[in-house]
Design a protein around this ligand. Structure first.
Ligand code: ADP
Length: 380
């Protein structure tokens, strides 16, 4: 019988994982709320259920060799009841525990002597803790993604304009980092403790949403060493089995700080699907199935991954624009087949190989894609 992996979550990450599962001769079972979710079309079996639907997860556990995650909006206490009955989750619940909440993540990094921005707990309406000055960043501790739940606050007017809905949300206050670049790295570890680190990338966020990633990042060896040390330390100390993405800030002084840890595959690793010998999705499957880990070398000197974000409410499939993007030399277009588009929604991505690693050239390629895709419209 084929090795069977269950995945909680059925978005585009599960869709890409499904294609890689097939290549590795595995079966993928997907737990997702809707039959129209992107992950369904590449799944061997679908269990319809919300991400925190324990009965649905039970079905995955009963039918699969291991169960893994494509998003972190899970209920650990509930999943623990399944572990007590023998369920095998990779990564483990103990690994996930400090990573589901942004405050816990910061605290965990601090314990491991990994640099993070200054942070404090806060609630809307409370006075600011002593010594806090503008600008700073307010973040919902849980359930944030694509900048939802993250607010950069420059002055008293912006502080007063924070949405009232945050009043009941546990919040994190964070010093604003005037970063020079944002970086990201994917790291995988299997049950034997074997570790693989993908090339570090530079990411570009606009209005807190990732627009593109340049691989490899044009940074010094000293910076790369800091990034890789952080990745290795987190993977080892937290006992990762699977893959995680780490988003980082590079300060003007050349210091690397952790912004966020995603305990799963991540948008910043999408370039690996076409540009690396092993993709982040194959790597996750290899790690949790206890297979030897593949090689992360790039198969091109450089690559640019550009997200195709929605810029309107529509049910169109943008076939013409996709056709134009596929005509750019050395481009690989991935379309998630979502049933509808809305501003900011991730509808697909394009990866374009480049012979040169020059940052200006890579940025120009990203601009070329955006010009075709957005035609002057904005996703946010
Ligand atoms: P999400 O979890 O929604 O991805 P993040 O916490 O990663 O949100 O923040 C999204 C973006 O907001 C970051 O990529 C960065 O551009 C900006 N940002 C977040 N925190 C800070 C900070 N402390 N200083 C400066 N910019 C920040």
């Amino acid at each position: 019988m084929k090795y069977r992996v269950g995945v909680i979550g059925g978005g585009q990450l599960a869709w890409m994982m499904g294609a890689e599962a097939r290549r590795l001769g595995m079966e993928l079972w997907v737990q997702t709320p809707n039959a129209s979710d992107p992950g369904v079309s590449n799944a061997d079996q679908v269990v319809i259920g919300a991400i925190d639907d324990l009965e649905a997860t039970k079905k995955l556990v009963e039918n699969c060799n291991v169960v893994t995650f494509e998003n972190e909006f899970v209920d650990l206490a509930a999943l623990d009841t399944l572990v007590k009955k023998g369920a095998r989750f990779f990564p483990s619940l103990a690994f996930l525990a400090p990573l589901l909440d942004k405050y816990d993540q910061r605290h965990c990094c601090q314990q491991l002597s990994i640099p993070v921005p200054d942070f404090a707990l806060w609630r809307l309406g409370e006075p600011l803790p002593e010594g806090w000055q503008f600008p700073f960043v307010v973040k919902a501790r849980r359930h944030g993604y694509d900048g939802k739940g993250t607010f950069i606050v420059n002055n008293i007017a912006e502080l007063q304009a924070l949405p009232e809905t945050l009043a009941n949300t546990p919040l994190l206050l964070e010093s604003f980092v005037p970063f020079e670049q944002e970086l990201a790295v994917m790291v995988a570890r299997n049950r034997q403790g074997e570790i693989r680190i993908f090339p570090t990338v530079e990411t570009q966020q606009i209005d807190q949403v990732c627009r593109w990633a340049l691989a490899p990042a044009a940074v010094s060896q000293a910076v790369l060493n800091q990034v890789e040390n952080i990745a290795r330390t987190l993977a080892e100390k937290l006992n990762l089995v699977g893959i995680m993405g780490i988003e980082l800030f590079l300060t003007p002084q050349g210091q690397v700080l952790v912004n966020e840890i995603a305990p799963r595959t991540h948008n910043s690793g999408h370039f690996s699907l076409d540009a690396c010998q092993t993709s982040q999705f194959a790597m996750q499957l290899q790690a949790i199935a206890d297979l030897p880990l593949g090689n992360t070398d790039m198969m091109t000197p450089a690559a640019v991954m550009v997200n195709l974000l929605g810029f309107e409410h529509s049910i169109g499939n943008y076939a013409h624009k996709r056709q134009m993007l596929s005509q750019i030399p050395h481009s690989h277009v991935h379309w998630y087949d979502k049933t509808s588009a809305s501003p900011g929604r991730k509808l697909g991505h394009v990866t374009i190989f480049s012979e040169t690693k020059r940052r200006e050239k890579l940025r120009a390629i990203a601009q070329q894609v955006e010009t075709i895709w957005y035609e002057g419209k904005s996703p946010t």
